[in-house]
Ligand binder design. Sequence first.
Ligand code: NAD
Ligand code: DAU
Length: 349
Amino acid sequence: MRKILVTGGAGFIGSHLVRLFVNSYPQDHIYNLDKLTYAGNLENVKDIEGRENYHFIKGDITDTAFLDEIFSTYQFDSVIHLAAESHVDRSISEPLAFVTTNVLGTVSLMNAAKKSWETQLEGKLFYHVSTDEVFGSLGDEGFFLETTPYDPQSPYSASKASSDHFVRAYANTYKLPVIVSNCSNNYGPNQFPEKLLPLCINNIKENKALPIYGKGENIRDWLYVVDHARAIDCIFHNGIHGETYNIGGFNEWTNIDVVKLLCKIMDKRLGRETGTSEKLITYVTDRAGHDLRYAIDANKIKGQLGWEPSLQFEEGMELTVDWYLKNRDWLDNVTSGEYKNYYDNQYSQ
Ligand code: NAD
Ligand code: DAU
């Protein structure tokens, strides 16, 4: 029986991970620690809320006294750390929030784990979930390997890179047992509609413009969120402590092609004539310092741990669209109130 602390489990990826662990490991106890920021939503984990091996703790990973208290009360033996500020555009307008949560929060969490595990490091693990954005931007060729030097370009990726460095420094200095994984762009149910795909799904539904930054030629490597959760599961249980694993979809698309594919699926699902949604595409001012291309070489996790994506992209996109259309209340709830202010500030030009 393990006691696993998952941070950020009310967010997009965290909620899928918590569900997978609660269902797959009934003998383990999963503690979901989340501050419930604008991005955290307990509706994301509503289906597992009454389960015996699931526990929710509301709190902030920068609150050191609170962290010491919960480590002492629950005696966690592992941490899977996902809580973060995760949106690049917000990091451009509010970088300090990213330093606070992503850097100070990660170090505070490791300090609490280190203190709690002081007398016995055997059987413990601090698993840090990170991003491919730490590697910077690729040109037309090449892939990010686990050994690619860090070259973060946005305040978000700089904060994640900094936290990754701290995790490895704690492993080296204090022998904290750690694993880091760096993943490419996730998509799927429950993603907050500040991110490209859910934002466009919502706008197509509302017949609003689809804002494409620059020329839409930037490339991302898309992975279905449940496949990311499966990869974390696989690494958590079978990965080697001290190692880093890159996770990706072997699935590169330009933004404009991704949005055109989404438009086709939405037209079909909404019973609109083919081409209707594409007319909403609008090119807008580019994101400052916009990284051109991300592409992960995920052959290490594939070769060593036997993980690979389970879904084709079109299949995953259809599942995603169907989820958002079926869960209109979820979308309406998160796009009311504060979201409107965010949207107006971000997209008024
Ligand atoms: P998200 O923004 O959907 O969720 C983040 C969660 O963290 C929210 O539930 C929020 O309430 C919580 N949180 C934020 N600050 C907190 C604090 N101070 N204390 C406690 N909880 C706090 O993010 P996501 O897209 O699910 O990403 C999860 C992790 O995965 C992040 O670390 C991110 O960097 C990483 N990642 C994301 C992607 C992606 O495509 N979304 C890809 C690779 C890696
Ligand atoms: O690569 C992993 C990263 O993927 C994660 O670490 C981040 O947490 C996650 O947010 C994501 O970052 P991106 O910046 O790539 O995702 P986003 O959905 O914001 O944008 C995807 C691409 O679409 C990017 O090139 C910017 C572009 N874009 C985005 C928005 C919101 C637009 O053209 N228009 C938009 O309105």
